[in-house]
Design a protein around this ligand. Structure first.
Ligand code: FES
Ligand SMILES: [Fe+2]
Length: 365
């Protein structure tokens, strides 16, 4: 492997990955019998809850003449298009009624379907399984919707969200980039460019991704120092990246834990949504974790959003990037994993993981 290689600019880059669950909305955004609009992978969705509270996701395009179903009425079980009143089952998308048909009409309305996507609610998000853009039912069984790992029944939970004005690849490699911290996230309580030091982290292959093996968190980060001071326990942290778009981080210190997941979801090819959810049982009586998440988290995300906006000014004229060893190796693995997945889907053969074994990466940050 050379020291610096251009990033993949093949078809793999900027391709959105089908056949995965993506978070479409926060649960709290779905109230009453209202239909909400959302967009995932450039597919417009009309999302609602049936009378029993179970969410559903229809393609927001009426099969009759493409009117958005989200303008229509919903009675708790069927969505009625506001243009000509066709009615569709909220969960299956099957057409139930076409008001303009006469009694002797030969048209079989039950053969007509609006696109619909498997839909589940987990950790305060409405997830849709995006098998294909049309909302045709998946051919085989689908995996369960993702769930944030939690390690005790009693815990707190918090969520953050932000729009990132870039394609999914930029957003993801920005998320896993270890070298920007001291420059983009400078703060007296976090780190400065002068606190840069040598890092060596072990990585191992996991299904559809890679894991930064359990290690002591950065000693040059104040929050971890505080954690050690408060719990009296050494902390370890484990970070996983899993296709298509999920980063999990777990911090364990004795009986205390913090588990978080960041997903970067393509809304369309130029816009992503970042969703961060964290659950923890660390010192519930001292609001240190909520402070970090609710006050410092948005600040971090703002800094990342700003840097991405500025980067897009350059990427508009040059979409080639240099991914160097070892600081950008995770970004390379991401592109390689994505190619390997697409290749295995194309050939029907098992996915060839780009990492053969445990690897130690070294960089300064
Ligand atoms: S466009 Fe929906 S019923 Fe005609
Ligand atoms: Fe960042």
């Amino acid at each position: 492997m050379t020291d610096a290689t251009p990033s993949q600019n093949s078809d793999t880059a900027s391709q959105m990955l089908w056949g995965f669950w993506y978070p479409a909305l926060r649960s709290g955004e779905l109230r009453g019998g209202k239909l909400r609009r959302a967009m995932l992978l450039e597919v417009p969705l009309a999302i609602g809850r049936d009378a029993a509270g179970k969410p559903f996701a229809l393609r927001d395009i009426c099969p009759h003449r493409a009117f958005p179903l989200s303008f229509g009425r919903f009675d708790g079980s069927a969505v009625e298009c506001a243009y000509h009143g066709w009615q569709f089952d909220a969960h299956t998308g099957q057409c139930r009624h076409i008001p303009s048909l006469t009694a002797d009409s030969k048209l079989k309305c039950e053969r007509i379907y609006a696109g619909s996507f498997p839909c589940e609610e987990r950790d305060g998000y409405i997830w849709a399984f995006m098998e294909n853009p049309d909302g045709r039912a998946p051919a085989g069984p689908i995996p369960p919707a993702p769930e944030l790992p939690k390690f005790s029944a009693s815990h707190k939970i918090a969520r953050l969200t932000a729009d990132l004005p870039c394609g999914v690849d930029q957003a993801i490699i920005g998320l896993m980039d270890p070298a920007h911290g001291p420059f983009v996230h400078q703060a007296w309580w976090w780190r400065s460019r002068h606190s840069i030091r040598d890092k060596a982290k072990k990585f191992e292959p996991i299904e559809n991704g890679f894991r930064m093996s359990p290690h002591a968190p950065s000693s040059n980060s104040a929050p971890y120092k505080i954690l050690k001071l408060l719990t009296g326990e050494p902390a370890t942290t484990t970070i996983d990246f899993v296709l298509p778009n999920q980063r999990f981080e777990q911090i364990r210190a004795g009986k205390y834990w913090l588990s978080s997941r960041t997903t970067v979801t393509p809304v369309d090819r130029n816009l992503c949504r970042l969703d961060f959810v964290a659950a923890w049982n660390i010192l519930p009586w001292i609001p240190i974790v909520p402070f970090i998440i609710r006050v410092l988290g948005p600040r971090f995300i703002r800094q990342d959003t700003e840097v991405i906006k500025k980067q897009m000014l350059g990427l508009k004229y040059q979409d080639r990037m240099m991914l160097i060893d070892d600081a950008d190796r995770q970004a390379r693995w991401y592109f390689e994993l994505k190619s390997a997945l697409l290749e295995s889907r194309r050939t029907g053969e098992a996915m060839r993981h780009p990492m053969a074994e445990l690897v130690t990466l070294r960089w300064r940050s």
